[in-house]
Design a binder for this molecule. Structure first.
Ligand code: ATP
Ligand code: MG
Length: 652
């Protein structure tokens, strides 16, 4: 079975005869879900099947009702239930594992801090008491602007404990972006820090937060400042500013009773990453979100309390919320929190951390995997990664080539690799294989999870034939779904919902194909379709063909505005981007996709411009290809490459 498609050419299209890999027998034996009937039993029970997720939580009032769908698409999950998210992540574990590690933190300067469940519980209580002292009450939104330090999850949980929704803003975003998010979330409280290390330098986060306060319309009631840098950076505090350490120490040892929240009450606001258009303030409710996150952590990522688990995503994005904080802590596992970059001090840092912590479940993104591939297999090979039991990926489509590399060089050749599709709005994983049950097909996400009514449809909402391109939609509600948008009901309806003859459908905005076995291949955003000489191609299909060429690591294709295609390509560090490579790329596209889709120009570049969450900014590349003005690049992770790419394009 393993050799069909081993040339890595089956991405993008639903070409038949591709590789299908059964769950490894050894894994299946101890998997959380090993019974294939799970699909049928969820289908038979309808929304009630999700009671299994509610049962993973501890409720102050157990929900009698699973779903209230009287006023679609304003759905309410577990509407009569009451619970506290922080108590579910901490208090209920104390009896069994108070001395088990909850968080193992690794700082940028080689610092380490570990928290047992008892330690974490104590500090969250103190932080909750501190926030209360500053006036934070139930339903007051607290904005958190912190890097990957323990105080970030601690503050989130402290907010959850007192029923104050959090609004985490990724620490790398600008003052402008922070100001917009403070205002849009109606937030009167901010928790930030003095600064953090960027490579060798101390970066002043506080002055960026100060600028945001000047730009924001809202007057903040109080700001709390974590001292991350100590003597390396002095940041004087104003009258309404409080030192985090002093505040928490003053309340050390105090107990704050967790506030019982309605399941439908707001747990947090999270702005989408903004790959397309304006960011949206997604609101997640407490009960449905936590139940769905806990269920998928246990049954899709197969995390158990005795695992050491590492989700490498930044907590500033939804993946870090769901699978870096709430999922692992609700499950009672030990989780790794890493502040630094994957290539500092060296390119084996990730493998070093996996070995050091005996990480058994590792969850990262295709962007990261492509970097690992580019750096070379010698880095993982230099470490003992035999603790790995399962690998996960999220954020973008993974090419079969990257999928195989990940399994081979990180997963010891036999770990299940679970490609998970979901969005800020879905709250938790919605499409993925169940690692103990469902065969994997590299490059295809897989079928919808049990209980998720995802369908690939045409413009009219009718199912498409296998192999055709359509829109990924979800035809019934699911527990982790957003409860609304900060921008209001009208925008929520307009942005996501279509009313059809058979009810309301959620639009994901992603294009997809589906094969005879019901496996979905994500083709990217619906807008990521380019017109090449009057033929419509999906960017992901072309890019998969290009990265299948030996030596190529990443590719982004855009239309040049005149019916032609421009391909931006990065190569492995030891590969010379020469005429022969151009020729191979062109031949591959012509051979695998279509003669007519051959790129008109191939631009080699050391890096592709990416958003902070690691997604390629195609809009920008398109502007450059068309010789148009391009907008603000400050939201990029690597704004410096833009000038370089632009001058390469002009010179050619
Ligand atoms: P915005 O909605 O503001 O444009 P965004 O969609 O990039 O930002 P996220 O919610 O973080 O913000 O990303 C969700 C999107 O990421 C999905 O809609 C999909 O396009 C992509 N995605 C996530 N997981 C996968 C996956 N496993 N395979 C393919 N694409 C994925
Ligand atoms: Mg989106």
């Amino acid at each position: 079975m393993d050799d069909a498609g081993a040339d890595g050419r089956h991405a993008g299209g639903a070409s038949g005869g591709e590789e299908s890999i059964d769950p490894p027998e050894e894994f299946r034996e101890s998997a959380a879900v090993a019974d294939p009937d799970v699909y049928d039993s969820f289908a038979a029970d309808g929304p009630d099947a999700w009671r299994a997720a509610a049962d993973l939580l501890e409720w102050d009032r157990y929900p009698e009702t699973v779903l209230d769908d009287d006023d679609p698409p304003f759905y309410e999950w577990f509407p009569d239930g009451r619970l506290n998210a922080a108590a579910n992540c901490l208090d209920r574990h104390l009896a069994d594992r108070r001395n088990q590690l909850a968080i193992r933190w690794f700082g940028k300067r080689g610092e380490r801090r570990s928290y047992t469940y008892a330690d974490l519980h104590r500090e969250v209580n103190a932080a909750a008491a501190g926030l209360r002292e500053l006036g934070v009450g139930e339903d007051d939104v607290v904005t958190i602007y912190l890097p990957m330090i323990p105080e970030l999850p601690i503050t989130m949980l402290a907010c959850a404990r007192i029923g104050a929704p959090h609004n985490v803003v990724f620490a790398g975003l600008s003052a402008e972006a922070l100001a917009t998010r403070i205002d849009a979330a109606d937030s009167a409280y901010l928790v930030t820090c003095d600064g953090y290390y960027r490579r060798e330098d101390a970066f002043n986060q506080k002055s960026r937060a100060d600028n945001a306060r000047l730009k924001a319309d809202a007057d903040l009631e109080a700001t709390v400042v974590v001292d991350r840098l100590g003597d390396a950076l002095e940041t004087p505090l104003g009258a309404d500013e409080h030192d985090y350490g002093t505040l928490v120490d003053a309340h050390d040892g105090e107990r704050v009773d967790p506030v019982a929240r309605d399941a439908t009450d707001l747990l947090f606001v999270m702005y989408t990453s903004g790959t397309t258009g304006r960011p949206k303030g997604v609101e997640h409710a407490t009960g449905g979100y936590l139940a769905h996150v806990a269920w998928t952590t246990r049954n899709v990522l197969d995390v158990r309390p005795d695992d050491t688990y590492w989700c490498a995503a930044d907590i500033g994005w939804i993946t870090g919320h769901s699978y870096g904080v709430y999922g692992p802590l609700a499950t009672g596992t030990t989780t790794v929190l890493y502040e630094g970059s994957p290539d500092y001090p060296d390119r084996d840092r990730v493998w070093d951390l996996i070995e050091r912590n005996a990480v058994s479940v590792f969850y990262t993104s295709p962007t990261a995997i492509r970097s690992f591939m580019k750096w070379g297999a010698e880095y993982p090979a230099a470490h003992d990664l035999s603790s790995i039991r399962l690998l996960g990926t999220v954020g973008e489509s993974i090419t079969p080539k990257a999928w195989r590399w990940y399994r081979e060089h990180v997963g010891g050749g036999d770990a299940p690799v679970v490609d998970t599709w979901w969005q800020t709005e879905t709250g938790a994983i919605t499409l993925a294989t169940l690692p103990g049950v469902t065969p994997m097909k590299p490059g295809k996400v897989g079928p919808p999870l049990p209980g998720i009514d995802a369908r690939v449809v045409d413009r009219d909402g009718d199912p498409i034939e296998p192999g055709e391109t359509g829109y990924l939609t979800i035809a019934s509600p699911w527990p982790g779904m957003l409860r609304g948008l900060r921008e209001g009901e009208e925008r929520y309806l307009r942005e996501y919902w279509i009313e059809g003859e058979d009810g309301w459908r959620y639009r994901t905005g992603d294009g997809a194909t589906v094969d005879e076995d019901g496996y979905v291949t994500i083709l990217g955003r619906v807008d990521d379709v380019i017109n090449v000489r009057a033929h419509r191609f999906n960017t992901a299909e072309l890019e998969s063909a290009i990265v299948a060429v030996e030596g190529v690591t990443e590719a982004a294709v855009v239309g040049d505005g005149d019916g032609g295609v421009v391909a931006y390509v990065t190569t492995r560090s030891d590969v010379e981007p020469d005429a022969a490579l151009r020729e191979s790329i062109t031949a591959e596209v012509a051979g695998v996709v279509a003669e007519v889709a051959r790129p008109d120009r191939i631009v080699f570049t050391p890096e592709l411009p990416k958003t902070r969450s690691g997604k390629i900014m195609r809009r920008l590349l398109e502007d450059i290809a068309r010789g148009e003005e391009f907008g603000d690049v400050s939201a990029l992770r690597n704004p410096e490459v833009v000038g370089e790419i632009e001058s390469t394009v002009r010179e050619e």
